[in-house]
Design a protein around this ligand. Structure first.
Ligand code: TRP
Ligand code: SF4
Length: 405
């Protein structure tokens, strides 16, 4: 699959470990990650520091959820050979970048992020009048910019945070500008390409810069992208040098909006932990059966002989997510004519959910038997993440004049 990767294009996303993952996470986020891991260089991490911003009074749920969540990711099909998986607190560069960016971030920017006031009001039972909570979007910004991510797959609710990270990146680049020793560093990077490739690059660069040969530009770009021994930072330098544009220290990321397949919950509302209407990814077949069988249906169908209306029934929403056109036609007909009973109607949904969960449950069980495996995956992931983030931090420290010898 590696050949399908878009070179130099990184995707970063995180998830807060605050409890069991459920079908809403699977359909809304994980399936998308599974697809992306084959298309881009992906880094997926457990945002345990972010979880602490709201759960600092009872952090044990965070600790417990970390490995559970990674097991769920792997069970859902995230492949540690394709994507880099790690825990945020294992990569101190996120914290360092957060501190450095905090120097240039106006308080008013943080105060006007819509999630700030909303969440404080929604989570009244928690005291969120903290410095950490106010800084939540900036920590997320550090998560993203540390890897110079091009894309950040998120749900709609997170778009303002990605927007915020773009503003911070822009401000950083405006304040600290392009690298002053840019040309020298590009030359240095060029030497790492090897003599032959470097010579070809120089010829193509001149063809473009002196004669405007755009074909040469394209060829040179492809040449740079192909270089195995050149870091991402150096690649950007070489691309900037080609076009005479210099190099941005922190590129602006873009939100990759997850096509919000809103997974309906057991009560017809969106599936969410706070609504207590979820089916977890580790649910047993018996519990799935029980949960669906006790789901409310169209309240007008008191007796088996009363006709019903699917549009007024939360089970119908689940048929929308799981059933074929034929099954749905069978439901519509059978419900409106009282030809089928509600338990009968629910059975195909029960079967579909159980069929979907069975392989995930099996993989999760296997992983639970082998705690060392998850630990190894996360250790290796953290090592790779630290290396990638450190590359950015070297440039950021230098830009902020934190290099004193
Ligand atoms: N704030 C995100 C959420 O609640 C989680 C998150 C933390 C994240 N850091 C991130 C998502 C960086 C994308 C990129 O869903
Ligand atoms: Fe809902 Fe199906 Fe019962 Fe109709 S038959 S009310 S769609 S569960």
């Amino acid at each position: 699959m590696a050949s399908a990767l878009v070179p130099g294009t990184r995707v970063v996303s995180g998830m807060r470990p605050t409890g069991r993952l459920h079908l809403g996470h699977y359909h809304g986020v994980l399936k998308n990650w599974v697809r992306l891991q084959h298309e881009y260089e992906c880094l997926f991490f457990v945002a345990d520091w972010h979880a602490l911003t709201t759960h600092y009074e009872g952090p044990s749920v965070v600790a417990q959820s970390v490995r559970e969540m990674v097991v769920d990711w792997l069970a859902a099909g995230i492949d540690p050979h394709s994507a880099t998986l790690f825990v945020q607190s294992d990569v101190p560069q996120h914290a360092e970048l957060h501190v450095l960016l905090s120097m240039i971030t106006p308080l008013s920017w943080l105060e006007r992020v819509p999630t700030y006031k909303d969440q404080q009001e929604n989570l009244r039972e928690r005291d969120l009048d903290t410095y950490g909570f106010l800084g939540y979007p900036l920590l997320q910004t550090a998560d993203i910019l540390a890897y110079r991510a091009a894309f950040v797959p998120v749900g709609e609710d997170q778009v303002p945070h990605v927007e915020f990270s773009r503003e911070v990146a822009r401000r950083f680049n405006h304040l600290y500008g392009r690298e002053t020793d840019f040309a020298e560093r590009a030359q240095e990077a060029l030497r790492k390409m090897g003599r032959k490739a470097a010579k070809a690059y120089e010829e193509l660069r001149l063809a473009y810069r002196e004669r405007g040969d755009s074909e040469a530009l394209g060829t040179a770009r492809a040449l740079v992208e192909r270089q195995p021994n050149v870091t991402l930072g150096d690649k950007e330098r070489l691309l900037g040098y080609l076009e005479g544009s210099g190099r941005l220290i922190l590129p602006e990321p873009q939100a990759l909006l997850t096509s919000q397949s809103r997974m309906p919950g057991l009560d017809g509302r969106k599936m969410a932990k706070s609504y207590a209407n979820t089916i977890s990814l580790r649910e047993t077949p018996e519990d799935v059966t029980k949960k669906i069988r006790t789901m409310p249906t169209d309240t007008n169908r008191v007796r088996r002989t009363d006709p019903g209306e699917p549009e007024r029934c939360p089970v119908w929403a689940l048929h929308g997510a799981y059933s074929s056109v034929d099954t749905r036609a069978w439901v519509e007909r059978g419900c409106r004519s009282a030809g089928i009973g509600c338990l009968e109607c629910k059975q195909p949904v029960i079967d579909a959910i159980n069929a979907e969960l069975a392989p995930m449950r099996a993989r999760a069980e296997e992983l639970e038997q082998d705690p060392l495996r998850v630990r190894t995956i996360l250790a290796e992931g953290a090592r790779r993440a630290r290396e990638a983030a450190e590359e950015t931090l070297i440039d950021v420290r230098r830009a902020m004049n934190l290099v004193w010898d």
